[in-house]
Design a protein around this ligand. Structure first.
Ligand code: HEC
Length: 128
């Protein structure tokens, strides 16, 4: 009885450890980016579309890509894009930047999907 309880606890602990997100996977992240690609481009030849290009986005201050007509809300937000702020913005854009013109609801995006997406985005350095 006691032993099986301990085994149960061990299994539980292992399950918990396995549930923690893996490091982001670039290939899975590219697939996840398909949902963003109708409005955003990345890569050396990226241009602004309906949304700004996202090269070097992690670590950058929101609303600062030259040549894109951001909403006043985004320009004045003072947000810096970290994994935390970007995850929250993807899930509920208006909660992070009230009045943003990005219409997207990634509320169902899990931690792993976001980690993959961020790993993919990190492969694109800032545009000069
Ligand atoms: C329907 C079009 C659309 C889709 C789909 C979309 N976005 Fe956006 N996104 C925008 C627009 C428009 C803005 C500018 C928002 C503003 O100025 O308020 C924006 C802004 C952003 C910004 C801020 C950029 C900056 O320079 O500060 C980030 C980061 C971003 N989007 C990431 C994403 C990611 C990641 C996805 C996919 C998970 C995504 N977006 C999907 C339209 C979109």
């Amino acid at each position: 009885m006691k032993v099986s309880f301990l085994l149960y606890l061990a299994a539980l602990a292992t399950g918990v450890l396995h549930a923690a997100p893996r490091a982001g996977d670039v290939t899975a992240g590219r697939a996840a980016f398909a949902a963003c690609a109708s409005c955003h481009q990345v890569g050396p030849a990226a241009r602004h579309g309906f949304g700004p290009r996202l090269n070097g986005i992690l670590g950058r201050r929101a609303g600062t890509e030259p040549g894109f007509a951001y909403s006043p809300a985004m320009r004045k937000s003072g947000v810096v894009w970290s994994e935390q702020t970007l995850a929250a913005y993807i899930r509920r854009p208006d909660d992070v930047v009230p009045g943003t013109i990005m219409r997207f609801s990634g509320w169902s995006y899990g931690d792993q999907k976001l980690a993959d997406l961020f790993a993919y985005l990190r492969t694109f350095p800032p545009t000069d």
